[in-house]
Design a protein around this ligand. Structure first.
Ligand SMILES: [Zn+2]
Ligand SMILES: [Zn+2]
Length: 133
């Protein structure tokens, strides 16, 4: 089992089982949402994920054109996960929120076609211009 939390510690969660390696999304929306070069995203079954604290503090940023919900802590602003209306059985945890050991290498880079000019990818994980096919 893994555990995670937001920066202020209000929002806390648990995930059952082992976690797959993250993919790194370099799209501009993720860069803005995370304030960094990319979002590190771990896809897990929704049934394996649960909040164990701070649910009343969750914000849900939703853009009607995308079906994507970006869920964050309203107190400290930390991104926690995203989920899609079209994929209700999955949640996509933000790897930076994990508190338990997670010694893996990134699985892939996506949306490399729109990555930040100021960041160079220096690992050997597969790169995709947009989504992985
Ligand atoms: Zn917080
Ligand atoms: Zn993205």
């Amino acid at each position: 089992m893994h555990r995670g939390s937001c920066l202020c510690g209000t929002v806390r969660y648990e995930v059952d089982g082992d976690l797959p390696p993250p993919y790194l999304c370099h799209c501009q929306r993720c860069r803005k949402a995370h304030g960094g070069a990319f979002a590190a995203v771990i896809t897990v079954p929704a049934a394996a994920f649960r909040f164990v604290g701070g649910e009343e503090m969750l914000g849900d940023f939703y853009q009607a054109e995308s079906t994507l919900h970006r869920v964050f802590c309203k107190n400290c602003g930390s991104p926690i996960l995203s989920r899609r209306d079209t994929l209700p059985d999955l949640v996509r945890i933000r790897a930076g929120s994990l508190d338990t050991p997670y010694a893996v290498k990134p699985a892939s880079h996506i949306f490399v076609g729109s990555k930040a000019d100021w960041f160079d990818i220096r690992d050997t994980a597969p790169q995709y211009a947009e989504r992985a096919s």
